[in-house]
Design a binder for this molecule. Structure first.
Ligand code: HEC
Length: 134
């Protein structure tokens, strides 16, 4: 009886492991797919995003998924940017407008309080790719 129940327990544990591994694989591949889509849309490299977002201080004003310490509350959270209709409430959400916004927000919205941080256009493209993949 004891043997049976411990076998049952082992079987259950093994099944749980298989399900967990499968869930991890699905999550991993869907993140990979998001990054490929974001790269195709922007031409940027999303893997550079977190370093650049840290270097240019974006996280001091924005909460940004996947960037530890980026928990600012000054501007809107930058999660799910791919699904927004407008950037900064003024420009249609396109890769070029997002890059332009990140480099020079006042060119799209003269009264915006978001500062130009000195980030280059190529770097902003990587940041845009990262934000579209999240
Ligand atoms: C000093 C604070 C501050 C810093 C630093 C800052 N932002 Fe912003 N950001 C804002 C504010 C405030 C807004 C909302 C402005 C508006 O709508 O006019 C905003 C808006 C945005 C938007 C549009 C969001 C939306 O929902 O439409 C994006 C994208 C963005 N910022 C990205 C960045 C990136 C990338 C950096 C770093 C290179 C950065 N920001 C640095 C304050 C900041």
């Amino acid at each position: 009886m004891r043997l049976v129940s411990s076998k049952l327990w082992l079987g259950t544990a093994a099944a749980v492991c298989v399900v967990a591994a499968a869930a991890t694989a699905v999550a991993w591949s869907s993140q990979q797919r998001s990054e490929q889509v974001a790269h195709a849309i922007t031409g940027g490299n999303p893997t550079h995003g977190p370093d650049l977002l840290r270097r240019y201080g974006c996280g001091g004003c924005h909460t940004i998924p996947g960037v530890p310490g980026a928990d600012g509350q000054v501007g809107p959270p930058l999660a799910g940017l791919l699904h927004r209709v407008y950037i900064g409430g003024v420009a249609i959400n396109s890769a070029d407008n997002l890059v332009q916004w990140i480099v020079a927000p006042q060119q799209l919205s003269p009264n915006s309080v978001m500062p130009a941080t000195g980030i280059s256009e190529a770097e902003a493209r990587d940041v845009a790719a990262y934000l579209y993949s999240r």
